[in-house]
Design a protein around this ligand. Sequence first.
Ligand code: GLN
Length: 236
Amino acid sequence: MQSGSEPTNHVVIALQGAFAEHQVMLKKLSLKQKLTVVLVRSEEDLSKCDALILPGGESTTIALLARLAGLLEPLREFTKKKPVWGTCAGAILLAQSVENTKKGGQEVLGGISISIARNGWGSQVESFEAALEVEGLRESDRPFHGVFIRAPVVLSLDPKPLDPPIHVVARLSIGLLPKSQTLVPEDEDDTDPRDARTIVALRQGRHLLTTFHPELTADHRIHEYFVMECVLGTPV
Ligand code: GLN
């Protein structure tokens, strides 16, 4: 990371998806460092960045556009070295493996060792909102308003022995899990609050993943968390 008064390029990639919303949130932060927010459209743009936000949108389209721009491999390399935050579709891209992909599969960056289900809430649950307790935020006893739109669902945490540990940052209460054939089969015990499917925010090393959309609220505490803890802070 750059230090002192040098500018920090904390960057949002948006080949498709919610760039402007993240930019607005990042501009609201009061930081000692100067934050430059740019759109990444090429490998050259990416090479100037210290961190990245992969926004929501449509993961298959974002991956396709990244491939067409020659950015997939550079993004994978970036993810090995620098902090990345994936929100919703971005969370899908950041995962190691994805289920319920579109026909033809889903390219991923593999920065976080989890398996995730695209559109995991099923077609009946297009979107919903829920008050979340998010660990590590400023004023952490004030709930964060989670906006979920065709959100993915975390299926399992699969860190290998040498991977950084995965740290769960927010969960939904078990009662909010959808009853569906894929998520909670009728005959399965769904009372375990540690069920991976309840995880809606997690951290691995310097990467952050949220299955909801903090950029669609007026609350910039998760953006602040990403910058302060993942980008400028010490790795966990
Ligand atoms: N369901 C979308 C996808 O598969 C993600 C939706 C979102 O980002 N709000 O990429």
